[in-house]
Design a protein around this ligand. Structure first.
Ligand code: XMP
Length: 509
């Protein structure tokens, strides 16, 4: 096992994924764990990586490292801030230079026998992102590479300690994966044994031990995470798992029927709860986006709690929490401003009084998909676009009524169906329609119309933190608009949203 000590880099999660891609298990831990804590909590640790971070190692608030770690024999790789920290702790000097180095830079290797640079060519491109530089080499270290501006890689002459000023985890660094592999396989000598079928067997046994003869409930949303969690737990304890599917009335067209239909052959025990009226009543007259989000989130908890209490002997609440959620809630990531209060079906509060069962909490999204595939989840369920917890409640802008939801569902179904049939769905990471609270005048045949306007939204993104509008063909957009206006009573105008995120967000509310 490799541990990544997090110093706050925006690339820490990516680094963890890159290592898992090499079939090596890794976890991100807080930088302030002591060597004793690390040894007792992670007895199998074989190597440490010190991540990048936004601070300067010489500042009075700099995050440091338990010095005891340096008395161990563990291999250490410092990246960016981690490199500078390792250098400083060994007598090197880090200073701010007048010129920052952001973006692509050439990496020139210094002749050395270092196993870290094996199979890396003499000159290659790397991704740099730093304002501080190594100005005095730490004691007993040698320079392994430099960029036009800075020392870019160092290695200890006798200990397995290395530092990289560049980021090997980003794809722009041409031989970044090679360098990481060199650290993992040449230096740590790690065994590539992290595989999804091992994971399934291990979790199955763990769930059986933990749950015993008790019952488990799970809120199934139809999304990937809750579906995979349900299948995994079902494999372990079969009918002791009861899934609750709450129909809020705010789902996509026919979604409730499709979810029930799709899960039947997978052998899950799913209870359908029709709560449509309750949600619409709670939302009556409410226009403010945050108020709507809070009402929907609260209502969901109320309904879930009420229905869960009807099932006897439930002790556990299963959730499809995944690793990025864990990293964020542990405060390892940045503390961000609240732009929107997210409601997530997988995020039910502690007040429900159940013990949590979160079998996916160490997996990244792509790993969750691999587990889902192994467990027989079909491609249409595995590759679904994300759908927000508050559903169409935040895509019908301002007041939500059953009539407006029905109009939106019809338009949204046409857009997504046409994206699929025209093979454009791969140009989109998320695509949907938003119903505006605006009416406009139109003419159909010889008659005046005065109906709602809607917006087509399709974005391309990797992490949903930033996104760009998909560049869909003009003809396609025109055909979608024509079909919506012809087939959906209530809409007489269609627009396309070109806004990227930031400054926009993906959803409109
Ligand atoms: P924004 O609109 O913040 O959306 O750019 C980013 C991604 O998050 C989804 N989203 C949510 N997901 N509960 C969720 O589970 C929510 O309350 C929620 N709000 C937005 C959104 O669909 C996009 O994929």
């Amino acid at each position: 096992q490799i541990l990544i000590l997090d110093y706050g880099s925006q690339y820490t999660q990516l680094l963890a994924r890159r290592i898992r891609e090499q079939a090596i298990y890794t976890e991100v831990i807080s930088h302030d764990l002591t060597w004793n804590e690390i040894q007792s909590q992670y007895p199998n640790v074989k190597g440490l990586i010190l991540s990048g971070g936004p601070a300067s190692v010489y500042s009075s608030e700099a995050y440091l490292l338990d010095p005891e770690i340096l008395s161990s024999t563990l291999p250490i790789l410092g990246i960016c801030y981690g490199f500078q920290l390792l250098a400083q702790l060994n007598g090197g000097k880090i200073e701010t230079a007048s010129k920052q180095e952001f973006g692509l830079a050439s990496l020139f290797l210094t002749p050395s026998e270092s196993p870290l640079m094996s199979q890396v060519p003499q000159v290659s491109n790397v991704w740099m992102s730093h304002a501080d530089y190594l100005t005095i080499l730490p004691t007993d270290f040698e320079v392994l590479a430099h960029s036009p501006e800075a020392v870019a890689a160092i290695g200890h002459k006798s200990k397995p300690w290395f530092g990289l000023q560049f980021h090997p985890e980003v794809t722009q660094t041409e031989f970044g994966t090679q360098v990481l592999k060199n650290f993992l396989f040449n230096i740590v000598k790690a065994e590539p044994d992290w595989a999804m079928n091992n994971f399934i067997d291990y979790q199955k046994q763990k769930i059986q031990e933990q749950v015993g003869a008790d019952k488990v409930i799970l809120g199934l949303s139809g999304g990937v995470d809750s579906s995979v969690a349900a299948l995994l737990i079902n494999k372990a304890i079969g009918s002791q798992l009861v899934c609750l599917f709450v129909d809020t009335g705010l789902l996509r067209q026919n979604e409730a029927q499709e979810v029930m239909h799709n899960y039947e052959p997978l052998g899950l025990n799913v209870h359908y709860i029709d709560a449509k009226e309750e949600f619409f009543t709670a939302l009556k007259g409410i226009k403010d986006p945050e108020a709507k989000r809070k009402i929907i989130g609260r209502k969901f908890i109320d309904v879930f709690k009420r229905e869960a209490q009807k099932i006897p002997n439930v002790k556990f609440l299963a959730q499809g929490t995944i690793y990025p959620d864990v990293i964020e809630s542990a405060g390892l990531g940045k503390t961000a401003k609240v732009i929107k209060s997210h409601h997530n079906v997988g995020g039910l509060p502690k007040e429900l009084g159940f013990t949590l069962l979160e079998p996916l909490k160490m997996l990244f999204k792509d790993e969750v998909r691999l587990v889902g595939k192994e467990l027989g989840l079909t491609a249409n369920l595995l590759n679904r676009h994300p759908f927000p917890g508050p559903g169409l409640g935040i895509r019908v802008l301002e007041e939500v009524t059953p009539e407006k939801v029905a109009i939106l569902q019809a338009a949204d179904a046409i857009f997504r169906e046409m994206l699929t049939s025209e093979n454009l769905i791969s140009d989109s990471s998320q695509a949907f329609v938003v119903l505006l609270p605006v009416k406009s005048v139109g003419v159909m045949g010889d008659n005046r119309t005065y109906d709602y306007a809607c917006v087509l939204r399709s974005v391309k993104t990797i992490d949903f933190m930033t996104a760009e509008a998909s560049q869909l063909p003009w003809n396609f957009l025109a055909n979608v608009a024509q079909r919506i206006i012809n087939e959906v009573p209530g809409i007489n105008r269609v627009t396309y949203d070109l806004t990227s995120k930031p400054p926009g967000t993906i959803e409109w509310e």
